[in-house]
Write a protein that binds this ligand. Structure first.
Ligand SMILES: CC(=O)N[C@H]1[C@@H](OP(=O)(O)O)O[C@H](CO)[C@@H](O)[C@@H]1O
Ligand SMILES: [Mg+2]
Length: 548
């Protein structure tokens, strides 16, 4: 039986943030994400849960980010950040789902059950950092989050509009003061400070040009770059587009996801042949690069390409430090272009791990290397360095010969420039710019490293997407019966063919991916596999068509 003060809390919840829908909502790959109008009670309850999580972590700070990332404006979402700045531990996802879906009448008893289940010490202090993206529905949801935190007597600190990675960074810093200062300014200080320090060591050379165009997706990332831009002292000339003014709508025909999936340049950005453009997503945790060539064709430099660029540069610096016993590895998902995997293993001779979609899986696998570079093809990724790595490099920076010290100091600044907590468009942008500048490369030279296999992604709507079960890091499907056989048969008729299907964790659809030696073949294979999914996995609506 809860104390009477908690009774008041639940009555308050019913009144202020009532559950107005019976639609089941699940904590998925990216937390809860759906129409903003269905989320208020969910966010309030996540405020309660964040307090319990903090109490289970000895009062360390937990983060709550209100965002639906690359989704369009009417959506929103919420996800929790664990004390080291990483995604919420998987075993709590089911608890979050349970708490979000109970009726208002059962909220009280369910919260009590959870307190017992996780053994939360309710006498402890609890701290929750709350951030939000630029959606017009975000302030209202952030207020619901604060109410949830206060209801269980936690302390809420609001960061206002920040990128998702800035919030992850602040949570980490609050719990580990060696990482930095837990404020937005502290983030700029560390990231931009490291970038400037590198630029002083690496003069601009070769074909590298300091002008970079940026597509801000009309979201928070562009706004933050606009603040940073003024402090760069000409080290990098950012030309910012899609900052949310002039009626530009969040993620609409722009942003990293649009560019990657549609394979088209965003609206709102000036086309200048061979000009490097970085395209961010709505909450600033993803980035892809592209340029248009003289025939106005877009050439995409996606997450796979950023991963190879960073991995090869860190390998180079490790050689410069004469450090040979640190294991550098790269982590990808099934969506990684086959040509990138071949280049990494055969040319860079770097080991590759393939894991299930979702950053938490990549991050976790990357931690098993001394230096783990992980990226989803869509541009979400970062680099993580073990303590042994950091100590080894710091030692070389002190004790090595002149050349070794130089390489080690560069690598230390490169580490400072990295937001190790999560993929971060702003940090990744500076990392990429650092490598291109160090090599004196323009965007064409970067593109020359390998040729992507043409690919296509499609969506198929089915009755129940969870009817599709997968194995082997989602590269093979085990149910419904005979679907994999059908996919294998289709793939075998194409040169360099590869295809797989998996249920999306963020949308109510099945995703189809295909690659082959030509764009026509990749498109056709994707369409044929979509038909197989439709036929064998309960497709709804119109059957996908295959163009001749
Ligand atoms: C193919 C693809 O891009 N999938 C995305 C997407 O997940 P799905 O489970 O595929 O819906 O959203 C996730 C969260 O942002 C991201 O981690 C992932 O890479
Ligand atoms: Mg995002």
């Amino acid at each position: 039986m809860p104390p009477s003060s908690l009774r008041v809390v639940y009555a308050f919840a019913r009144e202020m943030h009532p559950k107005t829908t019976d639609i089941f909502i699940q904590y998925g790959t990216a937390g809860f994400r759906t129409k903003a109008s269905l989320l208020e009670h969910v966010v309030y309850r996540m405020g309660l849960l964040a307090v319990l999580r903090s109490r289970c972590k000895n009062g360390r700070t937990i983060g709550m980010m209100i965002t639906a990332s690359h989704n369009l404006e009417p959506d929103n979402g919420v996800k929790l950040i664990d004390p080291d700045g990483e995604m919420l531990e998987e075993s709590w996802e089911e608890i979050a789902t349970r708490l979000a879906n109970v009726s208002d009448n059962d909220l009280e008893s369910t919260t009590e059950q959870i307190i017992k289940q996780v053994n939360a010490d309710m006498a402890l202090k609890a701290s929750v950092y709350i951030g939000m993206d630029t959606r017009y529905t975000s302030p209202r949801l952030a207020a619901a989050a604060v109410h949830g935190v206060m209801a269980l007597k936690g302390t809420a600190k609001e960061f206002g509009i920040v990128t998702t990675p800035i919030l992850h960074f602040c949570v980490k810093c609050r719990n580990d003061n060696t990482y930095g200062t837990p404020t937005e300014e502290g983030y700029y200080e560390k990231i931009v400070g490291a970038f400037k320090s590198i630029r002083q060591k690496l003069p601009v050379c070769g074909n590298y040009n300091t002008t970079l165009y940026v597509d801000g997706a009309n979201g928070v990332g562009g706004k933050k770059l606009n603040i940073i831009k003024k402090t760069l002292d000409g080290e990098l000339d950012l030309v910012l587009y899609n900052l949310g003014g002039n009626g530009g709508k969040l993620n609409l025909n722009c942003g990293a996801d649009f560019v990657k999936v549609s394979q088209k340049p965003p609206v709102g950005v000036e086309h200048v042949p061979y000009q490097r453009v970085a395209s961010l997503d709505g909450d600033g945790d993803r980035i892809v690069y592209y340029y248009v060539d003289e025939s106005n064709n877009m050439q995409l430099l996606d997450g796979d390409r950023i991963a190879t660029l960073l991995a090869s540069y860190v390998t180079e610096l490790l050689k410069g430090c004469d450090v040979t016993d640190l294991r550098l590895g790269l982590v990808q998902t099934a969506y990684a272009n086959g040509a990138s995997t071949k280049y990494i293993t055969e040319d860079l001779k770097v080991p590759v791990t393939c894991v299930k979609t979702g950053v938490k899986h990549l991050h976790h696998a990357a931690l098993s290397y001394d230096i783990g570079v992980y990226f989803e093809a869509n541009g979400h990724g970062t680099v993580v360095y073990s303590d042994v790595t950091k100590n080894t490099i710091a030692k070389v920076a002190q004790e090595g010969d002149t050349e070794q010290r130089k390489a080690a100091q560069l690598l230390l600044s490169f580490i400072d420039l990295t937001n190790e907590t999560v993929g971060d468009a702003i940090s990744d942008l500076f990392l990429v710019e650092t490598v291109l500048c160090a090599r004196g490369h323009d965007v064409r030279q970067w593109m020359e490293t390998y040729n992507d296999l043409p690919c296509r992604q499609l969506k198929v709507t089915v009755e129940d997407r969870n009817a599709i079960k997968t194995t082997d890091a989602e590269r093979k499907c085990t149910s419904p019966e005979s679907l994999q056989e059908r996919v294998d048969a289709l793939v075998s008729t194409y040169t360099c063919g590869r295809a797989f299907v998996r249920p999306s964790g963020t949308e109510d659809i099945v995703r189809v991916y295909a690659e082959a030696d030509t764009q026509e073949s990749a498109d056709k294979l994707a369409a044929e596999v979509s038909q197989a999914v439709y036929d064998l996995a309960g497709g709804v609506g119109d059957r996908p068509t295959v163009s001749a």
